[in-house]
Design a protein around this ligand. Structure first.
Ligand SMILES: [Zn+2]
Length: 502
């Protein structure tokens, strides 16, 4: 069957199935979920996407994602034009704009509607506070769209969604959804949320797949300068993934309410390096011209976000009091992973601790006056929560390693929470963390929590670091860390553990 025939066949089948079901269900619950929806997206032109969306009407409103594009009165609809709709019987349906980028239309509930629209890919002409990496952009070798920028949706969601792409010859589509066996550019999606909270790249890029025990990491590399270094990216992506799997004792194991078995990383060249995450998709922009620190940040974003597939999505806190643990301890394992794969060495690891984290911690006005349990402040007080959480995590690691002669460490805490809560809907609390940490070190951690976690005292991080035999000192908000001339075998082992060497 040719592609065109397949699409026609599919469209006809969906029509038949939905008509049959609606006739059959007339006396049944009409409030249940609608039947399959179909998106057919033509990306033959770099400047825009043409979308046709076939769905069973559940209400009279068409809308796009409620996340992002807040700077525009019409939100994501700013980039949508040429909307038209017909019913299954071929009648035109009028589409009327509503405030805030929604549209209204009139069709009986259950009517099969085919909506057509155009997404104009000129998002780059505007300013985006988080950068273009989570929005939509074009390169010579292809196009990047976030699901938020691409999909107009009706109602709360059909039973399943099919997304078919039409792209130029030699192009492929990298997306996080399940690929239909029948066609490489055809995907199945369960919910509208999964559809819009996603990213995709269509073009002449290279895709690598790392399969690990039912979990897949997709790596899409675009542009000559990135593809030329594909070995580095493959080593980074798979090395960090394997480090986390070994550390945690398994691939991500999400709660049954938010299942996933795939993550997608898209890396493209751009003038301004950046990194962004939406759902289980990570978008990285790389620049040859950027200074080494900026280039490091994009690798850091990748490794940090990947760790959230465990710390954040496989196990998660019951409330915002544990954001320091979710973000700060993830930062700690990010540094370890980057050291483990050779992106960082001892010197740059310690330089990151000071230049990237300690300086922000020391200069955050919340440190000394606010508790790091105020997780809702994490964006305004990055230093207190992302850095402070990192320093609290390393301090606890040092306490456990010292108390157990390096037999145990913070790794045991991570593995323990993952094995107890992974794959469940249960969450952990601040008290759980304190209890588990006290148990691991065999030392009651109430005072540490009262003082530095619930309390607002600055963590004397240099003192905890000394447990490992490192020479550390804080002077004028500068954290210096040096190896001692003489180190005991135990100290050497502790330092290796801190760095993530094994
Ligand atoms: Zn994070």
């Amino acid at each position: 069957m040719t592609r065109a025939l397949y699409f026609l066949h599919r469209f006809a089948m969906i029509l038949l199935v939905s008509i049959a079901c609606s006739a059959q269900n007339q006396s049944f619950d009409k409030a249940g979920p609608a039947r399959d929806a179909l998106y057919e997206i033509s990306m033959l032109n770099l400047d825009y996407a043409l979308v046709s969306y076939t769905f069973e009407a559940t209400d009279g409103v068409l809308q796009m994602s409620s996340r992002g594009a807040d700077q525009f009165e019409n939100r994501w609809a700013t980039f949508i034009s040429d909307l038209s709709a017909v019913s299954e019987s071929g009648q035109n349906i009028a589409i009327n704009p509503m405030p805030h980028g929604q549209w209204s239309f009139h069709a009986e509930k259950g009517t099969v509607v085919k909506l057509s629209y155009r997404v104009n890919l000129d998002h780059e002409k505007h300013v985006w506070s988080g950068g273009i990496d989570g929005v939509a952009y074009k390169r010579d070798h292809g196009v990047f769209y976030s699901g938020r920028s691409l999909f107009v949706m009706n109602g709360r969601g059909p039973e399943s969604i099919t997304v078919n792409f039409e792209v130029p010859e030699h192009w492929k589509v990298s997306a996080v959804w399940d690929q239909d066996e029948t066609g490489t550019n055809s995907f199945r999606v369960d919910t509208y949320d999964e559809l819009s909270e996603s990213m995709l790249f269509a073009g002449e890029h290279e895709q690598f797949i790392f399969k690990r025990d039912g979990f897949e990491l997709l790596l899409a590399l675009g542009g000559e300068e990135i593809i030329a270094k594909n070995e580095d990216y493959v080593n980074l992506a798979s090395g960090v993934l394997d480090y986390y799997i070994k550390l945690m004792g398994g691939v991500p194991n999400p709660s049954p309410e938010n299942p996933f078995h795939r993550a997608l990383v898209i890396i493209n060249p751009y003038e301004q390096p950046d990194g962004e995450v939406i759902g289980n998709c990570i978008s990285i922009l790389e620049s040859n011209q950027a200074d080494p620190m900026a280039q490091m940040i994009s690798r850091f974003v990748y490794a940090h976000e990947l760790f959230h597939l465990w710390n954040g999505k496989s196990f998660f806190p019951s409330d915002l009091r544990c954001e320091w643990f979710k973000e700060g301890v993830s930062n700690y394992y990010t540094l370890k992973a980057l050291y483990h794969v050779g992106v960082l060495n001892e010197e740059s690891f310690f330089a990151m601790l000071n230049g990237f984290f300690y300086k922000r911690y020391a200069s955050d006005p919340g440190v000394g006056s606010m508790s790091m349990t105020q997780g809702n402040e994490k964006h305004d007080h990055w230093g207190l929560i992302y850095s402070g959480g990192l320093f609290a995590g390393i301090s606890q690691d040092m306490i456990i390693r010292k108390a157990t002669n390096n037999k145990h460490s913070l790794d045991d805490l991570m593995r323990g929470i993952f094995s107890d809560l992974g794959g469940t809907n249960e969450s952990y609390t601040l008290e759980d963390l304190q209890n588990r940490l006290s148990e691991l070190s065999g030392q009651e951690q109430a005072e540490f929590f009262e003082t530095y976690i619930d309390g607002s005292r600055k963590i004397p991080f240099d003192e905890y670091l000394k447990f490992s035999g490192l020479h550390s000192e804080i002077k004028l908000d500068n954290l210096s860390i040096l190896r001692q001339q003489e180190e005991s075998p135990q100290e050497k082992e502790m330092i290796q553990g801190l760095l993530g060497a094994n």
